[in-house]
Design a protein around this ligand. Structure first.
Ligand code: CAA
Length: 383
């Protein structure tokens, strides 16, 4: 896409991401996907480039470059390896949550280490085996015990589980408070009582490790409570509004990679001397891809620009997420159609792009959850 010219700070972040995507992520993307290998060293490199805290103030080690810059970087990185990128995205989401909801002591305590690469990642622990879309029904508990809380329960589908240095955990501090009975805690890796289970064997995002996190009498100091007691649902939802812009940008990166793969293949010569690109049926597929990709990216830019301005953006983030993630599945599927049988071959990225795209429609809120958010906002605007 011919992009609107990024501002100087955004262009610098984009350049960092371009170099990392080309030199660090692309060369091992196929192999990491096949072997389900978490690229620990690449993650530390990304952190040292500043890309773990793109929208975090410089005072704490972030780049303070804003959300449009974040979206540009995520799209670029995801076009090389979406699996590695999801680990980076969740880390940025947790870092932003600490910067936004934490007090000064908490920011000073956790952000510089996380953003310098001392930890390979951070994890966001909201979902549970029995609670996904209905996040307010979560059952993990945090019981006050003197100047500590004791956490018990199981968290599911945790990106970077077992590899992260910090876990943002949502747990219930009041048994019957509904969404207002939930609080947010930072739990450091190595805290007794926090255990990651065996990694899940996934369809897509296989360069990202996903586990359950079991909390069994896990004692954390009350100084690890992020925000006030009972504010955990708002911490989670506020963080996910930004996270969803990231997933939408990630989906655009995946779709762009699939489209590039289709175009490269279509331009190649065939035995009879013609190219697939000369066929109208191929042209229609790549034209639809191009138009939908640009439409999705414009939704991402709008949501990101609103968040950069400090304006409400839940609805726009949800629109960008549902459109871009469904678009990416469609674009990758059309790309595979252009490749024909060759599309099944993992030497072309299209099959990985299709598997990765499918997952984006589920995490950080399914397409159905995004539609709930959009519909509620539309109805609120009418009343
Ligand atoms: N920002 C701040 N506060 C918000 C908010 C937002 N975006 N959305 C809701 N709230 C507040 C509301 O104002 C309300 O506050 P009050 O009690 O003071 O009135 C409170 O939260 C409850 O709001 P709702 O009644 O709207 O909540 P709900 O129970 O109806 O939930 C939902 C609505 C949108 C479906 C929500 O449950 C949801 O988003 N579910 C999906 C969860 C999700 O995205 N999980 C992803 C897991 S994380 C992940 O995937 C990370 C990874 O590792 C990849």
């Amino acid at each position: 896409m011919r992009d609107l010219q990024p501002q100087a700070g955004q262009a610098q972040v984009l350049e960092l991401a371009r170099v990392a995507a080309r030199d660090l992520l692309a060369p091992s993307a196929t192999e990491n996907d096949r072997a389900e290998r978490f690229p620990e060293e690449a993650m530390r490199h990304l952190a040292r480039s500043g890309l773990f805290g793109i929208n975090v103030p410089k005072a704490y080690g972030g780049l303070e470059a804003g959300v449009v810059a974040y979206a540009l970087a995520v799209r670029e990185l995801a076009s090389a390896c979406a699996g590695t990128t999801v680990g980076l995205m969740v880390t940025n989401m947790v870092a932003e949550a600490i910067a936004r909801f934490g007090d000064e002591a908490q920011r000073q305590r956790w952000l510089p280490g996380l953003l310098s690469g001392a930890h390979a990642a951070a994890s966001f622990c909201l979902s549970e085996p029995g609670s996904g879309s209905d996040a307010a029904s979560l059952r993990a508990t945090a019981r006050r015990d003197g100047d500590h809380y004791v956490l018990d329960g199981t968290k599911a589908w945790i990106t970077s589980g077992g590899r992260a240095g910090l876990y943002l955990v949502m747990a219930r501090t009041s048994p019957d408070g509904g969404s207002r009975g939930i609080s947010a805690f930072i739990v450091e890796a190595g805290t007794p009582g926090l255990v990651a289970t065996k990694p899940e064997d996934k369809l897509g995002m296989r360069a990202s490790v996903t586990t359950q996190i079991v909390l069994d009498g896990c004692r954390v100091p009350s100084a690890n409570l992020l925000g006030a007691e009972g504010d955990g649902f708002k911490v989670a939802m506020g963080s996910l509004d930004g996270g969803r812009i990231g997933v939408a940008a990630q989906a655009c990166g995946i779709a762009a990679a699939a489209q590039r793969c289709a175009l490269d293949f279509a331009r190649g010569g065939r035995a009879d001397g013609t190219a697939l690109s000369e066929q109208q049926s191929t042209q229609w597929l790549v034209a639809d891809n191009a138009a939908e990709l640009d439409a999705g990216w414009l939704l991402v830019l709008r949501a990101a620009a609103l968040k950069d301005k400090g304006a409400p953006h839940s609805r726009e983030a949800a629109m960008a997420k549902v459109f871009c993630t469904e678009m990416a599945s469609e674009v990758a599927s059309r790309a595979l159609q252009v490749l024909g049988e060759a599309g099944e071959d993992s030497r072309h990225s299209a099959e990985r792009n299709l598997r990765d795209a499918r997952v984006t429609r589920i995490y950080e809120g399914t397409s159905e959850v995004q539609r709930i958010v959009i519909a509620r906002e539309c109805l609120k605007a009418l009343s």
